[in-house]
Design a protein around this ligand. Sequence first.
Ligand SMILES: C[S@@+](CC[C@H](N)C(=O)[O-])C[C@H]1O[C@@H](n2cnc3c(N)ncnc32)[C@H](O)[C@@H]1O
Length: 284
Amino acid sequence: MSKTKKKHAARPRMADLADKYALYRLAVQDPEHEVEQFVRFYKDQYGRLPTRLREDFCAAAAVCCQWTKLGREHSAVGVDLDPEPLGYCRRTYLPKLSATQQLRVALLQQDVRTCGVRAEIIAAQNYSFFLFKTRAALLGYFRQVHECLADEGILILDMMGGGAMHDEDISESRQVARLTPEDKLQPPFRYVWQEESFNPITHDVRFHIHFRFPDGSALDNAFTYDWRLWTMPEVRELLDEAGFSASHVYWETEDKDGEPSGKYRRTMRGKPDQAWLSYLIGVK
Ligand SMILES: C[S@@+](CC[C@H](N)C(=O)[O-])C[C@H]1O[C@@H](n2cnc3c(N)ncnc32)[C@H](O)[C@@H]1O
């Protein structure tokens, strides 16, 4: 008999089994809500329903997939440079759509600045345009989008800001318990949003997303963002310069306890919260 003990394979930790795109979607995305908002913003502007969406910086294109569920006329194009999340969409989200819905989603691995796909709505969500750090780069992107929008078209951006973000080495976290049937295999987890650094001279800001699990394991730096924390007036001026005829702000309202409600109202007067989120719409 062998004297060496047979080694048992170490039990996998929760982090080893986790799917970072599924966790990201559970923690920070709500495609149903996004699509509802997009339709509302467009209707507010043109009084009719849009059918053609381009989702820039789409990553795993969850919003495109949701868009096609609105009806047979609805099609979406997702654009992202990175083949990994696009591949994830093809393997994970597209097969959950019907055959005809799948035909109405196109995924392009491309730089959004060279993408000529036309649409009624071009959406860039989760602050993705913050990765353009100079006026010239952001203006170039906005000009390209303006060119691609239908005559009745809007660009939908989201923005965040507030004094709390002018800081570094801070983080906030919450337990995520939003399990949908298709995501039930994901372990319970804690979502951590960390601001590693902020430079008040350049507004360069570095964020990380970490996922932490009950067994002590973690997916640290699952996503990292090197951005410029643009301000609302800077971005509105660049939209204007790029040829947009108007820009509108949808600011988050408060519930009866004074907490953020998750609902947005068009206004030009915002409350100076320490950390605010809003939508900014550029009108062709
Ligand atoms: C913050 S993530 C996107 C998140 C997604 N839009 C959402 O709502 O959760 C930014 C994405 O932009 C992509 N990206 C970065 N630069 C790009 C570019 N110039 N053109 C297209 N995609 C780009 C990255 O590959 C990444 O998937």
